[in-house]
Write a protein that binds this ligand. Structure first.
Ligand code: NAD
Ligand code: LMR
Length: 333
């Protein structure tokens, strides 16, 4: 058995937080032989609910959960943490677009970026789930000048998993047999779900599903899936979001399989002509705890046009929060 690692989770008493913690405690994120210390962070007004969550986790008697600490102060919550999962934010409700949340949630992530910078393990790996997650991750990263931008990521794995799940139903196959899917860009209605390099047991997805269905139905369905869940459930996705967050961290830490890849929102290094520095979802492969953007995938012209639009949206979002983005320092690159 290894030594325990520290995992800080913000918004731990919320819907996603609760769904995530029970599976995290049973090893779904870091594997069955990695004990964890859970550092749970909530707003001061939600500390009673957080105590209730901690009691339930205690009652699960998970062998892997070494210790649980509760925090209303992010400075102590992020102390020495090896992993930080930033969920705590206002969720979107019926009829709201993600951009409506921009200013409400942006402040939270500038404060948390600074606190992670000052208190976390210098090798911390950060996943931002709270929306708008790409831009929140950019804000957190830019407010953490002593850490490398690649330590900050955001979540497009839910969109990636949605693609796999819906394609599995469509083709009558198992989601885990569907390879080489990609989500490009923003976790928003402009995201670009790309199946053009995908296959099932070597047979191209473009031969297995109808092109009209892919372009005219599937793309919009993935882009609008979050809104559809809100419409149905009256609140945003939580089970699937929690599951995707665990998958994201698991791939990052334990690696991706063979030559397959997953989608992660990471800082653009200029690959595929995307503006350097913005947080953009790319296909990535993970090895030895690091990720690399998959290079050289040929893209159809209509996908390139869509990728340009989602990039433009992210550049607009960046302008909206410009005042929360301290200048980049040379030392970070
Ligand atoms: P929720 O309202 O059920 O829970 C949010 C929790 O965060 C609450 O308990 C609240 O007290 C807490 N919180 C708020 N501000 C905080 C802060 N500054 N520090 C610590 N805790 C704080 O919401 P939820 O359903 O769990 O969703 C959380 C976020 O995740 C929302 O922004 C939602 O839009 C987003 N989300 C993202 C994805 C994705 O794919 N990236 C998917 C689903 C939901
Ligand atoms: C989702 O994709 O389910 C979440 O990002 C929630 C939302 O606001 O769409």
């Amino acid at each position: 058995m290894r030594s325990p690692v520290r995992v800080a989770v913000t918004g731990a008493a919320g819907s996603i937080g609760r769904a995530l913690l029970s599976r995290l405690g049973s090893g779904a994120m870091l594997g069955p032989d990695q004990p964890v210390i859970l550092q749970l962070i909530e707003l001061p007004t939600a500390m009673d609910q957080l105590r209730g969550v901690a009691m339930e986790l205690e009652d699960c008697a998970f062998p892997l959960v070494h210790e649980i600490t509760l925090h209303s102060d992010p400075a102590t919550g992020f102390q020495d943490t090896d992993y930080a999962i930033l969920i705590g934010a206002r969720p979107r409700t019926k009829g709201m677009e993600r951009s409506d949340l921009m200013r409400i949630n942006a402040e939270i992530f500038s404060v948390q970026g600074r606190q992670i910078n000052d208190h976390a393990n210098p090798n911390v790996r950060v996943l931002v789930v709270g929306n708008p997650c790409n831009t929140n991750a950019l804000i957190a990263s830019r407010n953490a000048p002593d850490l490398h931008p690649t330590q900050f990521t955001a979540m497009s794995r839910l969109d990636h998993n949605r693609m796999a799940g819906i394609l599995a139903s469509r083709t009558g196959t198992n989601a885990s047999d569907i390879r080489k899917l990609a989500v490009w860009g923003n976790h928003s209605a402009t995201m670009v779900p790309d199946i053009t390099h995908g296959n099932i047991f070597g047979q191209p997805l473009t031969e297995l599903v109808d092109q009209q269905w892919y372009q005219n139905e599937f793309v919009g369905r993935i882009q609008q899936r979050g809104a559809e869940i809100i419409q149905m459930c009256g609140q945003s996705s939580s089970l699937s979001a929690a599951s995707a967050a665990l998958d994201h961290m698991n791939s990052w830490v334990n690696g991706t399989h063979g030559d397959d890849y997953v989608s992660m929102v990471v800082p653009s290094d200029g690959s595929y002509g995307i503006s350097k520095g913005i947080m953009f979802s790319f296909p990535v492969r993970c090895r030895f705890g690091r990720y690399q953007i998959v290079q050289g995938l040929p893209l159809k012209p209509w996908l390139v046009d869509m990728i340009k639009r989602t990039e433009e949206e992210l550049l607009t979002e960046r302008e909206m929060v410009r005042d929360l983005l301290p200048a980049e320092t040379e030392a970070r690159h």
